[in-house]
Design a protein around this ligand. Sequence first.
Ligand code: NAD
Length: 295
Amino acid sequence: MNVENIKKITVVGAGVMGNGITQVCARNGFKVMMVDVNEEVLKNAYKQIKDGPFGLSRLVEKGKIKSDEMEQIINNIESTTDPREAAKDADLVIEAVSENLELKKKIWNQYDELCPEKTIFASNTSTIMITDQAAATERADRFIGMHWFNPAPVMKLIEVIRGALTSDSTFNFIVEFSKKLGKIPVEASDSPGFFTSRFISEFMIRGVRMFEEGMAGIKEIDTMCKLGFGFPMGPFELMDLTGIDIIMHAGEYVYSITGDPNDKAPITLRKLVTAGYIGKKPGSRGGWYDFYNIK
Ligand code: NAD
């Protein structure tokens, strides 16, 4: 498969990452079919693409695109809740459904049956091993990890992960495709969390352990990262943004495979999640600063 020959990209899952990925592909001239489980999610995805904090209206305001270009980009996007329609004639399927191996395997198995043989499958998972997902299909050679970063329209990096059986042509295709989208691809081998999520999880877990050991307070650790080392935010602020529950699940998954105690989610982190403090997102009681009442 050649990047120039792509006629249809299917993005499965139109949540935070799926709608951002759709936007980037459509902006670069590709026809995209966005799929999710119901119309409400799809409607919200269009809203984010048009008027969200990283949406196209912002680019028009900043003079980066013209308003008729915005129309064209939107016209590149279709949506459906029907996997059959989504899979039909797809050249590339990018999966961005919730981070759950069983769900991902079910979806891949379904798309493997519905998609043409040529279709390349790429998972946007942050942690789940590519080889495990590919095993749910008959096309492990055309299966790869394409890990985007949040927000997808802004962040330049794409981690490209080879599964045990990913072919060189699939790898080269995704590298070329990433470049075509204006992104910078970096190669990773398959392991739980790959190298990017493993690295950033360690950063966050290390912060929690320092706090648990009484070495410094939450605000002091975040302040050190920002003022001492020039990071845009510290580990606690980052967890509040990413979702404390997501960090816990990622830690559990990585630890279940590596058995390395360093990968395990610390007790304090579990306590917050169980108490309903999962960060700055709907349905949460708050984040680290709220739980410990830090001003
Ligand atoms: P999200 O919860 O915002 O979106 C997931 C979407 O998948 C939901 O809209 C849900 O309705 C949909 N979905 C569930 N089952 C489906 C099905 N059978 N068919 C179609 N759609 C289905 O999640 P997200 O934050 O966008 O994460 C998606 C993936 O991207 C995960 O694997 C996550 O690890 C990865 N990721 C997330 C981030 C991030 O910062 N949020 C960054 C990089 C990678």
